[in-house]
Design a protein around this ligand. Sequence first.
Ligand SMILES: [Ca+2]
Length: 288
Amino acid sequence: MSRRNFVVLLILAYGLVLTTCSRPSSRVYIVEVLNEFPHDPYAFTQGLVYAENDTLFESTGLYGRSSVRQVALQTGKVENIHKMDDSYFGEGLTLLNEKLYQVVWLKNIGFIYDRRTLSNIKNFTHQMKDGWGLATDGKILYGSDGTSILYEIDPHTFKLIKKHNVKYNGHRVIRLNELEYINGEVWANIWQTDCIARISAKDGTLLGWILLPNLRKKLIDEGFRDIDVLNGIAWDQENKRIFVTGKLWPKLFEIKLHLVRHRIPDGYIERHCLNLRDNTLSLKTDID
Ligand SMILES: [Ca+2]
């Protein structure tokens, strides 16, 4: 099948059939699976980072099951694990200067680990409302807390540098979750959707959407009924590989993006990637 036919097929499969549509205000992508790798089906993935040599670091959540782990990409084998205290619910994770930084749910504290041993070497406090996602461009930390705010954080003082309110067509893009910095952009899983937002790291502009419903559907079709939502993005800068997985997913996918060149139906992104009713409610509490 030609690439054009492949893209057309996927567009039809997603219901992106053209009717009376308006031009999208940002780019939309669908994904092709290039490779599948095993992933611990008991890992409630909250943070995912690619290091090098087919090695990933992963943070998992749930009380009593939270951890930071080193994982072999090819086998999914957990090569090293730090089990967190039962009082913590692990969230976002990133790797900066040989140290792993992790935030936790419903608390303003975070943990720093030695990446070689996964030993906890220091704690920190941050100024986000909550701890959801973390990423880095190699200089600063980017953070999310479940609102529409993308935070820039100083990795030495953990003070807030700047914050961006991410919007799409005037709507706040709430539930920014797991993050990854990729070539000047911060990619964000939107919690409880099959969508990843591509956000300008410079000014918080929403640059595009990646639609990935085919991944969760594929797992369900294969009989994996107990999976949770898409979550976890990792980027191999050297080999330009993109990896994604989900909470309790038995697989991790290497994906390739395809730009949707057709117009998409009005309201498609709002329905599938945003929760407008909740978004309206959040206007009272979100930070401008
Ligand atoms: Ca990530």
